[in-house]
Design a protein around this ligand. Structure first.
Ligand SMILES: [Zn+2]
Length: 262
């Protein structure tokens, strides 16, 4: 493995970085919009700006604040608001990709104490990597698996070969014009993750975006303590087939009751 595969963390830059996921009363820079600097673009209450705390070498780190409500979450947004967020983040991500300045551009979000995030206020991260191909270790087979739902426009499946494990939901569209539909399916999957998955014991998740030829893929990952099989051996685990079919059935029912399978 060459140095090109590794992101270098700079601790000096992280000093003074606000954190309020573990300390809910802590200061929130995203609520304090009057003091935001280096804003790249904004639309209604969505604000895209430079990340003040650039902790990674050779990267351009940006954040996109989804709305003014500190306690909002994709799972509780009105459908129209959620669609707005997805349309906007996709546009911003695409803009950075098309700039041609980066080897790769990552877009993801962290929600909850086990997700790796430090700020509760709903936001996405869009990060340009100057030297590293962030997609190098990700393969097409990380996005396929047991079908939950599929039609001409969208596919939702549960990874047969997750990147880390153990349950990863993949929502795939091939036409960027269907981003609203992607938003709806991701929203229901997040609701399922927080309300139903393992009896609602999960309070943390990540969403990752990928582009693969004409495909736009969202991976929703319920987060728990990372398995030592992954930490020590990079072995990913997945749930057994019986368990996965149970998850599929309940998620499908939820999509249906949210009116998504008409
Ligand atoms: Zn806030």
């Amino acid at each position: 493995m060459s140095n090109k595969d590794v992101l270098v963390f700079e601790i000096e830059q992280a000093k003074g970085k606000p954190e309020n996921i573990k300390h809910p009363d802590g200061y929130c820079p995203f609520c304090d919009t009057d003091h935001l600097v280096n804003i790249i673009d904004q639309k209604d209450d969505m604000i895209w700006l430079d990340n003040k705390f650039r902790t990674l070498q050779d990267t351009y780190q940006t954040v996109l604040i989804e709305l003014s409500d500190h306690n909002g979450d994709i799972s509780t947004y009105a459908q129209s608001k959620n669609r707005q967020v997805f349309e906007y983040i996709y546009q911003c991500w695409n803009q950075m990709i098309k700039s041609g300045k980066y080897t790769s551009v990552l877009m993801y979000k962290n929600v909850g104490p086990l997700s790796g995030g430090s700020l509760k206020h709903p936001h996405f991260q869009i990060i340009g990597l100057e030297k590293v191909n962030g997609y190098k270790h990700v393969e097409a087979e990380n996005f396929t698996g047991m079908e939950v739902y599929q039609d001409d426009e969208i596919e939702l499946n549960i990874s047969e070969k997750p990147i880390m494990g153990f349950v990863e939901f993949n929502i795939v569209i091939t036409d960027p014009k269907k981003i609203d539909k992607l938003a709806d399916f991701v929203q229901t999957t997040v609701q399922y993750t927080l309300d139903d998955f393992y009896g609602g014991k999960f309070d943390s998740y990540n969403i990752f975006f990928y582009k693969e030829y004409s495909k736009i893929i969202c991976k929703v990952v319920p987060r728990y303590v990372v398995s030592p099989y992954f930490v020590g051996y990079r072995l990913s685990q997945r749930d057994g087939d019986k368990q996965v079919s149970g998850i599929r059935d309940v998620l499908r029912e939820k999509l249906n009751s949210n009116g998504m399978l008409d």
